[in-house]
Design a protein around this ligand. Structure first.
Ligand SMILES: Nc1ncnc2c1ncn2[C@@H]1O[C@H](COP(=O)(O)OP(=O)(O)OP(=O)(O)O)[C@@H](O)[C@H]1O
Ligand SMILES: N[C@@H](Cc1ccc(O)cc1)C(=O)O
Length: 477
């Protein structure tokens, strides 16, 4: 098994030998903002388990909290839906709280039935291990970039947040590999109640529908419950975060902790909590994610920084303010200013361009966000192109949208290749005057193979075809 303790930068570590149940306080006694209220206003909180007032008072007291969120290695990459709970964690992290990610090397082998009407297909061990390693890297990078984005853009405005949180990445296989079945059942079995297991939505929904449920998926909630218990007991992790579909699994953990620890004074002082985020859905109400097949992934081998930029640039006016609150760390008062400016001229999509820029920067860093903005300007605006050919080739090939053609071919052939249409159709487009060439967007009405006058740096051709399509083509000799 891979060693799955992943370290990036000074704030990311493996589980240190923390002294058990010592609550650290990182602020003076002054009254702090109720972070939970703020996060609710950002649309990042759906449910908080009782007693919420205890959690609120800890936050307002300035207690340092420690929370975790798990992801199963069911795909090569995490996606924008998974980022919703991670954004909740990032909001805590940048304010100095400690956060933990679990990649489910053990749970991923069993399969979570939550929110699914059918059984999961079995995955090969090699694929699962590869997914574990990729997701480990993606999550660690996300929190590292997220912290940099916050520190560069917003930290100085926020004088309550002077503290540093610790980020920990781990794999639940690390503890499950040593758990022995007989010992586990003897020690914990009596605390796990069958009635509660049967009543969880993930189980009852499957039992009352046609879809069958294997013993593996039925017992999944025990694994996640024990993870929470393990982190609570050994690492002082008192909060578990997840999407709303995880409520049953998370509260299974709270039940287990409360039963096993019923005689401990610590559980009264530091009770375990669940916080869930709303599930991000598409306009037709489907959960945004892998199963629905509409995911945008963080792995650049699947979706580039420019894909993410484009996705957010296409956000509807109805969603843009909500997404600014969920997917960025821009303060709410600044978001209101952006929305106000946007509403003066919605056709300019100002709020969408701010959103696209912010999220791309948060996920992929300043340079890639700047490149994505350049691509968008080159392709969709009529402003002068100041980049030289080398820069255009670098940026467009990085986004995997640089086209190649030979300077020996003619315009009709090029249009037919780019538009994947017949030569007759391409010819029609040319003679109708729907093709524009070069940085000055010169309109052509006849075929040509005389490219030189239109090329940037003798090698890059900008070609616009109709209103929607624009390409950057590297013209080889
Ligand atoms: N659309 C979404 N909105 C909010 N949270 C989400 C969304 N999709 C996934 N999550 C959350 O991300 C975390 C990890 O999810 P998980 O690994 O199960 O991915 P998934 O896309 O839900 O997978 P699958 O589609 O295979 O069920 C969970 O807490 C889950 O609730
Ligand atoms: N069950 C979670 C992943 C997870 C795995 C282990 C945990 O301890 C917590 C969460 C999901 O499928 O999204």
């Amino acid at each position: 098994m891979l060693s799955l303790t992943y370290s990036v930068g000074s704030r990311v570590g493996y589980f240190p030998n923390v002294s058990r149940n010592v609550l650290k306080r990182f602020s003076s006694n002054k009254t702090r903002t109720n972070l939970l209220d703020l996060l609710r206003k950002r649309g990042l909180i759906s449910q908080v388990s009782a007693p919420e007032e205890v959690l609120v008072s800890k936050v307002q007291n300035g207690d340092k909290l420690k929370m975790y969120c798990g992801v199963d290695p069911t795909a090569k990459s995490i996606h924008l839906g998974n980022l919703v709970p991670m954004m909740l964690m990032l909001n805590f992290y940048v304010r100095g709280h400690d956060i933990v990610n679990i990649v489910g090397g053990a749970t991923g082998a069993v399969g979570d039935p939550s929110g699914r009407s059918t059984e999961r297909k079995t995955m090969s061990i090699d694929t699962r291990l590869d997914n574990v390693s990729r997701i480990t890297t993606q999550l660690s990078r996300f929190f590292q970039n997220g912290l940099t984005y916050y520190e560069n853009k917003y930290k100085s405005n926020d004088d309550e947040n002077k503290n540093t949180g610790v980020y920990t990445m781990t794999n639940n296989y690390n503890w499950w590999k040593d758990v022995k079945m007989i010992e586990f059942l003897a020690q914990y079995g009596k605390y796990i109640r069958i009635q509660s297991m049967l009543s969880r939505d993930s189980v009852s929904a499957r039992l009352s529908s046609q879809g069958s449920l294997g013993f593996n998926e039925f017992t999944y909630q025990i694994l996640q419950a024990y993870d929470f218990y393990h982190l609570y007991k050994n690492e002082n992790t008192t909060i578990q975060i997840g999407g709303n579909d995880q409520w049953g699994n998370i509260t299974a953990g709270i039940d287990l902790i409360n039963r096993v620890e019923q005689n401990s004074s610590n559980v009264k002082k530091n009770p375990p909590f669940a916080i869930t985020v709303p599930l991000l859905t598409t306009s037709n109400g489907q959960k945004f994610g892998k199963s629905a097949g509409n995911a945008i992934f963080l792995d650049e081998e699947i979706n580039t920084a420019y894909d993410i930029y484009q996705f957010f640039l296409n956000t509807t006016d109805a969603d843009v303010e909500r997404f600014l609150k969920i997917f960025t760390l821009m303060p709410i008062n600044k978001i209101s200013e952006v929305v106000e400016k946007h509403n003066d001229a919605p056709q300019l999509h100002y709020a969408q361009s701010v959103l696209a820029q912010e999220v791309t920067e948060l996920i992929h860093g300043t340079k890639k966000a700047k490149d994505a903005k350049t691509i968008s300007r080159v392709l969709f605006s009529n402003s002068t192109i100041t980049e030289d050919s080398k820069e255009l080739i670098r940026i467009f090939s990085g986004a995997r949208i640089l086209k190649q053609a030979s300077q020996g071919s003619d315009l009709t052939t090029l249009v037919s290749e780019l538009m994947q249409c017949s030569k007759a159709e391409a010819k029609r487009k040319v003679v109708q005057g729907s093709v524009y060439l070069g940085p000055d967007r010169v309109r052509l009405e006849k075929n040509t193979s005389d490219w030189i006058q239109y090329l940037i740096g003798n090698e890059v051709l900008l070609i616009r075809i109709g209103k929607q399509k624009c390409f950057v083509v590297q013209m080889t000799q």
